[in-house]
Design a protein around this ligand. Sequence first.
Ligand code: BMX
Length: 280
Amino acid sequence: GPALALDIGGTKMLAALVEGERVLDTHRMATPANGTPGDWLAALFSEIAAWRGRYGSTGVAVTGIVDDGLWSALNARTLNIPERFALVETVANLSGAPVLAANDAQAAAWGEYRFGAGRGADMVFLTISTGIGGGIVVNGHLLGGMAGNFGQFVGGDDAQGPLEDRVSGKWIAAEAGRHQPGATAREVFAAAAGGLGWANAILDTSAGRVARLARDIQFALDPARIVIGGGIGLAPSYLDRVRQALAELPARLRPDIHAAALGEHAGIIGIADLARHNPT
Ligand code: BMX
């Protein structure tokens, strides 16, 4: 039967009933800006109470890292959670089923590898969303722990802070605030589509930094392809801006950039497959 899959990101939470690559039902809600992860999970489970009894194994994909079932943030600005929150225990109590938890971008990498744009070859997944997350599949194996958390790279000058704080949805909105107070990342994409120079410049700067990250990943892991997802990554024009920034590279060095075929469902499909095959 289906698995229950949760994807807890810095901006939104997604719950779904998943069977293989089929998503049977979904429920979305914003990740609350305050309260505790326990409050957020209780709220989510009360909204999917009608699904009780319809699922077996439970998979939870989260922004941040999970060590021995305990959830911690790498960058509290992406999502501010207490260190080593008892994630697996909390979700097991709410779902009544065995729970497997993993980082959200690692789960999405697995989903794309198994059912999406991965095509069974070595690949790196990047999510450009509230932060920048990543997952790495080499020789058919998903790397665990902190592997793939490219958003934490500090580049040449660690005074600048983690890369994601100069790329992602939060940065785009903050930069736009100088031109259009209170602008959201979504409004920046609309302004760019409308031809506003400042909006296109912000998106090109963000995409240019992702292009430089992709180029470095190619030298580190030389994956067959880099698959990009996330609310920013899949927003109109964004991947074309990334490809444009890579166009000058010699072909051998140029990453092969693909959009996540599973879109925003990559994480739930990946974590459901991982939970099904690794019931704890
Ligand atoms: C951050 C980090 C990653 C995560 C990525 C994308 C935290 C809380 N998260 O780099 O583990 O994969 O953001 O997260 O440190 P999302 O919320 O944008 O999906």
